[in-house]
Structure formats: C-alpha cells, structure tokens
Design a protein around this ligand. Structure first.
Ligand code: CP
Ligand code: NVA
Length: 325
C-alpha cells in the first residue's frame, strides 16, 4: 500500500500512495523498521521527559481529536502529548460535529484539514477512518475503531520491550475476545516476527481475513486456540482486554457467561513462565477478564502501558505532522 519514503530528522516515514497525506490507520501500513521508529523515538522522548527536557517541535501546530466513543487514556495522553511538543488541541465528541447529522465524511475530512495539522479519530467502523483518510490532506490517526487499536498496541509493544527486551524473541498470549486489540496484536505479530497464541471462545474469534493474511506473512507461528491454559503455556507475556467492547454493552451478560473460563487469574498465570508479564490496555473490569490481585500484582504492567501511550503518541504526532513539512 505504501511506497515512497521521506526523512524526518533521523526518522524515516512512508507516504501511502493511495492517500494525499501520511496516515496511521492500521499497523499494516508500516514495515518493521517503521514500527520500530515509533518505539525508539517514544523511548527517547520518555527519557527526555524524565530529564525535564522541554520540546517545541510542534509549536504553532493544532490537532483535532474527533471521538465518537468515550476515552480516558487515549484522549488525555494525545492531548498531553501535543501540549508537551508545543502544539494545541481541539477536542470534538460525537455530539459536537455535523457527523451526528450525517454530514458526509469526505466533506468533514476536507474541512477539518483546512483547520488542523492532523486528525486523531476514535470511531466505530474502520471504513470511517479510511474514508476520512481518502479525502484528508493532513494525517488521520486511528485512535480505535471496532477493527483496530494501533496506537495502543504500539505503546504495549514499547512496554514489552522495556520490561522484557526484543519482542521478536518472545512468546505472547492473547486471552479473551477476538476484538480490535486482538486483531491489532495479530498484525503486530506478523510484522514484528513474534510468536502469538490466541485463546478465544468459539464464536468470538478475531477477524478471519486478518488472521489468514497474518499467518501467511508471519515468520513465527500465530495460533488460534480454544484452551486458555494451552495458550499461556510457556509464554513471556499474557495479554487481555474487556469481554464486551464499546458498542457491545448490550451483550455484556451473555459474554460474562461465555468468557468465564478465559479470566486471567492466579491459576492461569501459573501455567505461564514464572516471569511472565501481564498486559491490559485498560479500562479493566476487575473480577471479569482479570482478577484484582493479578491487575494489582507485580507482574502486571497496565499502568506502565497507560503512561507509555503518552510517549508513543508524542512520537506518532511528531513523525506524522513533521513529515507534512
Ligand atoms: N486503552 C484505551 O484506549 O483507553 P481509553 O478507552 O480510556 O482511551
Ligand atoms: N476492546 C476495547 C478496548 C478499549 C481500549 C474496546 O474497544 O472497547
């Protein structure tokens, strides 16, 4: 999909030939080297934040956050990231825009691009961010759709690399729903070359097209299982998420019954490596997909993941906005 590369300082980024700007719509828009450029830059920005170094590279730039679903972490970390680089933010909830009154996405994209230097969008359909991307002359960043959550998985991978080292040498498990996070981890496994074992109940599998394409490209196994104990056996990282994602609240009760064997608790953790790290992108439903003691335990990195969202969002904004000149 993407072809021509442009240098941004020491960072290399790619423009997608289908688009008039460089968007972040899915991890598959990027190769391994590009995915690592976000992570390396985020780690550097994190160190510099700790040292009190102030940044101004996005002085005079403005981003628009268009969020049609609720958010604590993604919204605040994008806002904090943008202010931390010297820029400004305009936040629009689903109710605030004319999208709520069916203004065409192609009009919204072209209008917003006249006002802001990038759009960060949280919505339902992946086709919404893709349609915005087709018409926008400024970067469109996917801040979660029903299909993908690419910025989250970048910060999760950054966290894994900090805690456990190179992800390509690790075995990772996904336990629970085959949702937007699972789909994105599958993409990451194929692009970054790590082993991924998923355990999902029947009827709640990840997107079959994404899984098939990833398995074809992958250099290490990506396996879909039913048994959570088998999935976590010998893994370095156990990953989980809510059983009912945003927009599926009406399925909550039936999902709680189906997903019970997929709870990440002490017993399940015992089947993984003793040193295994637990990831949860948050928000968590304690007592459902994860027990309170595991979430609060020393093996769980959920709050580091949450912090790293801000550093990775700084890297994303810097790379994509500066690439536009
Ligand atoms: N992890 C995550 O995306 O959290 P929010 O829904 O609070 O943004
Ligand atoms: N799968 C969850 C992720 C929340 C960050 C959802 O889409 O609601």
């Amino acid at each position: 999909m993407c072809s021509s590369a442009k240098s941004v300082g020491s960072l290399v980024h790619v423009f997608c030939v289908n688009y008039m700007s460089n968007h972040l719509l899915s991890l598959w828009d990027f190769d391994k080297q590009q995915l690592y450029s976000y992570i390396r830059r985020a780690l550097q920005l994190k160190r510099e934040a700790r040292e009190g170094i102030r940044h101004h590279q996005l002085d005079g730039k403005v981003i628009g956050l268009i969020f049609e679903k609720p958010s604590t972490r993604t919204r605040v970390s994008f806002e904090s990231a943008m202010y931390g680089l010297g820029g400004q933010v305009i936040y629009l909830s689903g109710r605030d825009t004319q999208l709520a009154r069916n203004e065409p996405l192609k009009d919204m994209a072209r209008v917003m691009a006249r006002y802001v230097n990038a759009m960060v969008v949280r919505t339902f359909g992946q086709e919404v961010v893709e349609e915005l991307g087709r018409y926008s002359t400024v970067p469109v960043i996917n801040a979660l759709t029903d299909l993908f959550h690419p910025c989250q998985v970048l910060s999760d991978i950054m966290t894994v690399e900090e805690v456990k080292g190179e992800i390509g040498k690790l075995k990772i498990a996904w336990v629970g729903d085959g949702n937007n996070m699972a789909n994105t981890w599958i993409q990451a496994a194929s692009r970054l070359g790590f082993e991924l074992k998923l355990a999902c109940p029947q009827g709640y599998d990840p997107d079959p097209g994404i899984l098939a394409a990833a398995v074809k490209e992958a250099v290490k196994p990506i396996t879909l299982l039913r048994d959570p104990v088998e999935a976590v056996r010998d893994v370095d990282v156990i990953n989980c998420d809510v059983w009912a994602s945003m927009g599926q609240e009406h399925e909550q009760n039936e999902r709680v019954a189906v997903f019970q064997p997929y709870q990440v608790n002490r017993e399940l953790l015992a089947a993984a490596k003793l040193s295994a790290t637990v990831l949860h992108c948050l928000p968590a439903h304690r007592g459902e997909e994860i027990t309170d003691d595991v979430l609060e335990g020393a093996q769980c990195c959920a709050f580091d993941q949450a912090e790293n969202k801000m550093h990775i969002h700084k890297a994303i904004l810097e790379i994509h906005i500066l690439a536009e000149g």
